[in-house]
Design a protein around this ligand. Structure first.
Ligand code: PMP
Length: 401
């Protein structure tokens, strides 16, 4: 039956991990995967998550099905985390929200909802480059994916003129995907002033903003600051769609905790949107998993635990910022590596777009046992006090050829 099925290519990001696993050299470093590691290079379970898990366990909860849209307290608190307690859409009960299978699931529910119900367009503009999975994800949802300029290779920074020109040229009503903070893969975010201009263009062109917020708290160490773009757009009167993930900021990767929401114009409209989200989700997976949502909700709803969690998010963000400083200093001051490396410090969040070329990344894997995606993206979280020297020296050699 399957004789005509062609073999597909391996996933470009998960393929890096496979190559890393097959390498037996003790100096090997995996900078491919976007998961936080502590200063010993180990996966990190947040102490606030451990505490929340204890609280959940001691309440001896049942294992009944959740409603189609998930744990109601969790989704309420997730929307609150994104919008803030002072938000008009929160106060007026205008956010239609559902639990999702982490950020990917939220984007997929969003894609399906827009493909079915958004009246003005089936076209979604995503930044170039973007998280690789956005493209097949939105295509499989029934949307046509197009790109807007985002990254300037020369400056290793934002191509703001290109971005504005592309959004202005987009057909009226098109959907535009915006990374709320800590853009993946570039680590380059618009400034607050630039977000203001983007909001104006989105308004002028009547575009529909869909925010992907996979790293709230991870960019600056502060969840409020990282929600700036989302809150600014809402305060400017935009209706938005929003995907949230708790994979990175709570370290709940495999628990698959997320939320998808849309802001609506009235409680009556919200009720209609709620009903359609259920109709989309029910035949996909019926209802979401329990455990991770209970953990996240325990953190979000208990004041002390929430403060502890905020401190731990800041701790992760700060360790990464520290690694950026060290890497920059070793490359420029100690090794005098040719080129300009300021972007390593100025980029934000888990990833850095190093500017290394595909042949250089290949040489790094083959000669130095250092693994990253072919576009030169590194997960800063994979660097630590034990491996940063080896990494910097290997980059130095690769750049010098
Ligand atoms: N969006 C972006 C921009 C991401 O980087 C990621 C994770 N790499 C996700 C969404 C989804 O992640 P998850 O499904 O694990 O929440």
């Amino acid at each position: 039956i399957w004789s005509a099925v062609p073999a597909g290519p391996p996933d470009p990001i998960l393929g890096v991990t496979e190559a890393f696993k097959a390498d037996k050299d003790p100096r090997k470093i995996n900078l491919g995967v976007g998961a936080y590691r502590d200063d010993q290079g180990k996966p990190y379970i947040l102490p606030s998550v451990k505490k929340a898990e204890e609280i959940v366990r001691s309440s001896q909860p049942d294992k009944e099905y959740l409603p189609i849209t998930g744990l109601p307290e969790f989704t309420k608190n997730a929307a609150l985390l994104a919008h803030g307690a002072d938000s008009s859409v929160i106060k007026n009960g205008l956010v239609s929200v559902t639990q999702s299978i982490s950020g990917t699931g939220a984007l997929r529910i969003g894609g399906a909802f827009l493909a079915r119900h958004y009246p003005h367009s089936k076209v979604i503009y995503v930044p170039s480059p973007t998280w690789g999975n956005h493209i097949p994800l939105f295509r499989d949802s029934g949307l046509e994916v197009r790109f807007y300029k985002y990254f300037n290779k020369e400056t290793v920074g934002l191509d703001f003129e290109g971005l504005k020109a592309d959004l202005r040229a987009a057909p009226e009503g098109a959907i535009v995907l915006l990374h709320a903070c800590a853009h993946n893969p570039t680590g380059v975010d618009p400034t607050q002033a630039q977000w203001g201009e983007i909001s104006d263009i989105v308004k002028e062109r009547k575009l529909f903003p869909f925010f992907d917020m996979a790293y709230q708290g991870f960019a600056s160490g502060n969840t409020t600051k990282d929600a700036y773009a989302v809150r600014h757009f809402v305060s400017e009167g935009h209706q938005i769609a929003l995907s949230q993930s708790f994979a990175k900021n709570m370290g709940l990767y495999g628990e698959r905790v997320g939320a998808f929401s849309v802001t609506t114009a009235s409680p009556e409209e919200k009720a209609r949107v709620d009903s359609q989200l259920k109709i989309i989700i029910r035949p996909m997976y019926s209802n979401p998993p329990l455990h991770g949502a209970r953990i996240a909700n325990t953190i979000l709803s208990q004041k002390e635990l929430y403060s502890q969690w905020e401190g731990e998010v800041k701790g992760m963000a700060d360790r990464i910022i520290g690694m950026r400083e060290t890497l920059y200093n070793v490359l420029t001051n100690d090794l005098k590596t040719p080129g300009e490396w300021g972007h390593i410090k100025s980029q934000i969040g888990m990833f850095s777009f190093t500017g290394l070329t595909t042949p250089q990344t290949k040489a790094l894997a083959e000669k130095a046992h250092v693994y990253m995606t072919a576009d030169g993206r590194i997960s800063m979280a994979g660097l630590n006090g034990n491996n940063i020297e080896h990494f910097a020296e290997s980059v130095n050699k690769a750049v010098r050829g």
